[in-house]
Ligand binder design. Sequence first.
Ligand code: PGA
Length: 251
Amino acid sequence: MTISMIVGNWKMNTTVDEAEALATQIACGVSDDSNVGVVVCPPFISLVAVQSTLKNSGISLGAQDVHHEVSGAFTGAVSTNMLVNICQYVIVGHSERRSIFRESDAAVNLKVKAVLTAGMTPILCIGESLEEREGGSAEAVVESQLRLGLEGVEAGAGIVVAYEPVWAIGTGRSASPEIAQAMMAHIRQTLVAIGGEEAAAEVSLLYGGSVNAGNVGGYMEQADINGALVGGASLNAESFVEIVRVAAGTG
Ligand code: PGA
């Protein structure tokens, strides 16, 4: 059984005060008996404050990135050791990390392993650029990112994969549910090839890229989509709560 989930990625937005306020509003709007898991990923500096705001809310906490080493001379970096008592999830390999911070598949793989070793769940992000889609290599690119990201990893219940086509992120140009489902089916098949039917069936697959309350329902209806990774619309409590309600079938 896969877990349905909605994940909010706040990116480099919100001060600590704003993060606490946003978390408070979200916690008020989301019912804790929802059949959809809810995760918010504030900036590192707000994690501790939001952790206390969300206590007993049923909402989980995630980090947006991590360094693969446990400690040492890595100025500015944050390790799994520092996150493990605060977060349950860590976003790894987001396309902004890959393109702006030049993270390679090998670096992403080290992070996935570090997160798993620490006992947290990685949310591994993969997705093709517009150029790659138009050039016909979208499936090959996504499959390669998935295989390299999960190299040496037993992919099963403790893994979440987010398919986020780069051309759909922050553009308002979401992938149609059919396009998203077609890629998700390919991702699921690749997971079967990597770890077998049973393990593949337990990986939650999220769609990400301009998700909002108006389009999330279409993704949730797809056979291989178990939830969404939400950027822009997660910064507004009302729209994020509405996304959760629609995903849970109560919206
Ligand atoms: P968006 O971002 O919802 O603003 O398109 C999604 C993401 O980057 O995770």
